[in-house]
Ligand binder design. Sequence first.
Ligand code: IMP
Ligand code: MG
Length: 179
Amino acid sequence: MEDVRIKDKTFTPYIGEADLQHRIKTLARELNEVYLDKHPLLVPVLNGAFLFTADLIREMNTGPEVHFIRVSSYGNEMTSSGNMKVPLGLETEIRGRHVIIVEDIVDSGYTCDYLMDYFQSFEPASVIIITLLYKPASHKGKYKPDYVCFEIPPEFVVGYGLDYAQHGRELRGIYRLKA
Ligand code: IMP
Ligand code: MG
């Protein structure tokens, strides 16, 4: 893997494709055991979680349903704006379901807090958060993610669904901002 240039910034390889795929397979195996016969409802948060979700569900054998939602984004900046919109696109019954919120990355944790409270208000059978990446040093929220593929330092990353100013989502690995 080589450095990539996105707009005004340079990003350097951080987590390779093989490591991502291997970790996602082991996570799917864990979820397959926990959600055996439960037909979980996966709720991935657009846009960042689309590749993670695509790879994860192809390793799941619990008959998952998938309903993508969208909340507010970072815009084109590299820090959280903090203002959260109502999730868009959720038109399915939540009550009594086993909900798995799927995030690309948990940073401040405010998005997760908002979504956890939102989903709990519909009385699901259970609700958890899974995330590809987690920055524990940046976390300020109430809820920690229940399953994490990789803990990372509080640095800005792109690739495998994550963007910098809407670019870099197509990269097969994760890259971090070069100092
Ligand atoms: P939080 O509410 O601060 O936890 O932010 C969550 C959202 O911010 C994620 O779903 C991402 O869309 C975005 N985000 C946070 N850190 C990064 C990063 O390092 N790269 C790209 N997007 C990020
Ligand atoms: Mg996101």
